[in-house]
Write a protein that binds this ligand. Structure first.
Ligand SMILES: [Mg+2]
Length: 295
């Protein structure tokens, strides 16, 4: 009998959203809770506030701007002359609703913590790569207690107006000491991103593994860069209702939608090396994780 040789992995590059936790369900739930409370406070129709939120998202070119609410037409009009910080206080109950829903829905997928710990224990390096902003990615990794497993975070430079009360941030969090903000042109599925990360980490592509939930954006990029690829299929199993809620307020322009459709046509049939059907922990069945040979 011929035993299959398992690939030796020195560097794991891990997508975050819907690979380590269910971002779609969390963000949709928290956003909806916030909007429902805000329309109660403001007395405006839900669809009107959703339209206004979408306008702000488009302005910031990002849909993950929880404080976008402060910059909507209705909120600015409701509290004339109020500073952004004052508007934050007036909408405290809406942000509280967001935070409560986040607490209930933002959790690492089962097995994620144990598996990151097992990989780290082998001496292999783990880097995080996401198209979320640095602030959002750091916040979530801290909140979930995952920050300690990552040697570096590759994320997108922060957009929009930022946090209205920065002194409230990082109260208890430990920051990732090595954060590299990706340039705006560096977007999935550009293989140059992975080539640059491999070069920065000093690990060869054939000793590197990318784990992500998107065939189109994650796995096609890994294939093109010549790194091993594992598809987090479990991360695609959220309810369409949550997804549709996000689409309702997306910052995407018609150009963006067209680009995504083209990418889907080109890469939708990408075949990953490994399919993680039920959990992140299945990685341990397929790869040997080892300490990088280069310093
Ligand atoms: Mg993802």
């Amino acid at each position: 009998m011929v035993m299959a040789v398992r690939a030796q992995i020195e560097l794991v590059i891990c997508d975050l959203d819907n690979t380590l936790y269910d971002w779609v369900t969390f963000f949709s739930s928290a956003f909806d809770a916030m909007v429902n409370e805000a329309i109660r406070v403001l007395g405006v129709p839900k669809d009107q506030l959703l339209d206004e939120l979408q306008d702000v998202h488009r302005r910031y070119h990002s849909s993950e701007q929880p404080f976008a609410l402060l910059d909507t037409v209705s909120v600015v009009a409701a509290f004339p002359g109020a500073s952004r910080r004052e508007r934050l206080d007036r909408l405290d109950s809406a942000f509280h609703a967001f935070n409560s829903a986040r607490k209930a829905t933002l959790k690492p997928y089962p097995g994620v913590v144990e598996t990151l710990g097992a990989i780290e224990a082998t001496g292999a390096r783990i880097a995080a790569h996401t198209e979320a902003t640095v602030a959002n990615a750091e916040f979530r990794l801290n909140k979930l207690g995952l920050v300690r497993y990552f040697s570096r975070l590759y994320a997108v430079a922060d957009a929009g107006e930022g946090h209205p009360a920065p002194e409230l941030l990082h109260k208890s969090g430990v920051g990732i000491s090595h954060v590299r903000a990706l340039m705006l042109h560096e977007r999935k599925p550009d293989r140059k991103i992975l080539e640059e990360i491999c070069a920065a980490e000093g690990v060869e592509p054939d000793r590197t593994l990318y784990v992500g939930d998107s065939l189109v954006r994650d796995i096609s990029m890994a294939k093109a860069a010549g790194v091993h690829s594992a598809w987090a299929k479990y991360g695609t199993k959220y309810s369409p209702e949550h997804w549709n809620r996000l689409v309702r307020v997306t910052h995407w322009t018609t150009e963006d939608v067209k680009r995504a459709q083209e990418a889907s046509k080109l890469y939708g049939h990408t075949v990953p090396d490994v399919v993680l059907e039920r959990s992140f922990g299945e990685l341990l069945d397929h790869y040997d994780f080892v300490r990088p040979t280069a310093p």
